[in-house]
Design a binder for this molecule. Sequence first.
Ligand code: ZN
Ligand code: ZN
Length: 305
Amino acid sequence: MIVNRRHALQLGLLCGSSTILGWKLFAAEADDTLLPTYLVQMEKIRPLFTKKAAPESGDWLASHKEPGQTFAQYRTIAPNRPTPVRKKIYLQSIGTFTVEQERVIDTLRRFMGIVFGLEIALMPPLGLEKIPAAAQRTNGFTNQRQLLSTHILYQILKPNRPADAVAVLAITNEDLWPGKDWNFVFGQASLGDRVGVWSTARMGDPVREAQLFLRRVLQVAVHETAHMFGIKHCIAYECCMNGANHQGESDRTPLVFCPECDAKLWWACKLDVPKRAKELHEFAEKHQLKSDVAQWKHIAEALAP
Ligand SMILES: [Zn+2]
Ligand SMILES: [Zn+2]
């Protein structure tokens, strides 16, 4: 199972490197005016959450001994946060998209706008002709085209990153590989450079499995963007920031952030927590995110003014 092992290793690399030297260069000025309110709001929703279950064989925590990260610990690392200058998240589409896939990206944009409370701006779409032959290959196992993720990160996203970007995320339908000896990778990010790329190629059929496809796109996008804000994997609760080693585990992971992890976003992005909770509940109802809608309803009720 070399393929799976390499895949797991790559996810480990991607998801495990959130604390790196250099964060302080990008840190916003500390502003704790809202902190007492957030601490009260955290306790209001804490009883609604389930402690993280023990991992099954093959799950992320069975092979990754991670320390977790509380809200209090997060505040001490001076994480990447929006600033008056770096105030937008940019989405960059690469390659061609069907009407259904474009609709999913539009939905993703609205979801991220609520989760992070920031403007989600679109970069002009990038065609495959802009990817040189040296950064493309045909995978020997699947016979599918793949794009070199490191080329996208360092030759496309980083040099073109707008000055007002707190993070730039590329999304493509093409399968990705990160370099020699690798079969494929779901995504890759450079946290220090605030750029990341994710593929939907292995997320199912956007027509026949529309709900599943949408949920996977939403979950991966907010999980990986949260890493770019310095948020580590969660080991405390069943939470969107739980690590996942395989698709089954990823599909079991909630879209909802637990109190410790959500408070990190509230504080990093200075969010209006009751307003956002209401909007998340409405979004989940509208898009029939069945496994998460009840939880967002309870959270919105607990936080209502
Ligand atoms: Zn992760
Ligand atoms: Zn959490």
